[in-house]
Write a protein that binds this ligand. Structure first.
Ligand code: FAD
Length: 311
């Protein structure tokens, strides 16, 4: 069986989620990677160097350059015939493209996999991660998205051949207008090894950054937030962790003034070590915490930051 993995990239470099997608795909069979882009040869070369990739399909055309789901999905469908599985990361990009592929191929999609048991059997979270469901399908073709944080990173050291494939004609159903990129010196939230996340208790945008940034700086951490903090405009909404935000699984997650609603813990309960700071000893966040500190965050976080700086 051969698997087609959709590469995620910006025409210059592969997004690391593709390495997780390849590692997941290796559990299903021989791995081919599709790089669909514009001026994206460098990305195809990077994909060819991933260990375990047997072939890179490279489709290059102007209309494939901005990752428009309507264009990429049609390109995948044109190539999908020999593949038993089409797989992508359950990122914003993958979640946009892959359901269209399933609809166009008229086959089932299994989303957000956390485990691949065998070629037909998968584990995925339901009810905001409170239950893990085992899904089995006997369909000849399946499209899949995987939760990147649940799979290892494929290693480097491959030398796959790059095959240039003809691009499908432009669908022109949607048009790229502009892109606004947030730039930050901090690591990207879903890839960060340490996340410092704040909740409603921070009280204002000024306090959120004054209290949490120094701690994040000393730990080299990304900043995360609860939905309440995002709704109150303490931070940008791309910091939201949870069911309707980002899924993170860092080595260390520090939850500051977050109650631990299931919609929040759905996005962080895969973290290796969770530290929670909350003044309510009965806060739900302590149920998923490895270390809990009961007290006022405005006293504890500055003390913790100073102690870490002193080390
Ligand atoms: P609160 O629940 O108000 O908790 C604040 C906490 O701070 C409390 O535990 C309190 O004890 C503590 N505290 C207060 N003052 C201090 C202090 N000085 N020092 C220390 N601790 C203090 N939420 C998400 O986070 N992510 C999601 O993706 C998400 N998706 C949702 C989807 C749906 C469909 C719905 C219905 C809800 C969703 N929510 C999500 C919202 C979620 O249910 C909670 O409302 C939200 O997570 C609460 O945020 P919070 O913990 O910051 O605020």
């Amino acid at each position: 069986m051969t698997v087609l993995v959709l590469a995620e990239h910006n025409n210059q470099a592969l997004n690391p989620v593709t390495l997780h997608a390849v590692a997941a795909a290796q559990k299903l069979g021989e791995v081919h990677v599709l790089v669909a882009g514009s001026g994206s040869l460098k990305v195809a070369e990077q994909a060819s160097q991933i260990a375990g990739v047997a072939k890179v399909l490279h489709a290059d055309a102007a209309h494939l350059g901005e990752g428009l789901a309507e264009e990429i999905a049609v390109q995948i469908v044109a190539l999908a015939e020999p593949y038993a599985h089409v797989l992508a990361a359950a990122s914003a990009f993958g979640k946009n493209v892959i359901p269209r592929v399933a609809a166009l191929l008229d086959c089932s999609q299994v989303s957000d996999l956390t485990e691949i048991v065998d070629k037909k059997t998968f584990v995925r979270p339901t009810y905001a991660g409170n239950v893990f469901t085992t899904v089995q399908s006997d369909e000849a073709k399946l499209v899949l998205t995987i939760r990147a944080s649940a799979f290892d990173v494929a290693s480097q050291g491959g030398s796959a051949e790059i095959v240039f494939v003809s691009s499908t004609s432009a669908q022109s159903l949607s048009r790229f207008v502009s892109r606004e990129l947030q730039t930050s010196d901090r690591p990207e939230l879903t890839q960060a090894r340490v996340v410092v996340a704040g909740g409603r208790a921070l009280g204002s945008a000024e306090q959120f950054s004054a209290v949490l940034n120094p701690l994040a700086d000393v730990l080299g951490a990304a900043i995360g937030a609860s939905r309440a903090a995002v709704d109150a405009e303490y931070v940008a909404n791309d910091c939201q962790v949870g069911q309707t935000g980002k899924i993170v699984a860092p080595d260390l997650y520090i939850a500051v003034g977050i109650s631990g609603a299931i919609q929040h813990t759905a996005g962080m309960q895969g973290s290796k070590t969770v530290v929670a700071i909350n003044k309510d000893p009965d806060a739900q966040i302590f149920n998923v915490a490895d270390f809990g500190i009961v007290g006022d965050l405005f006293e504890i976080v500055p003390q913790l930051t100073e102690a870490l700086k002193a080390r």
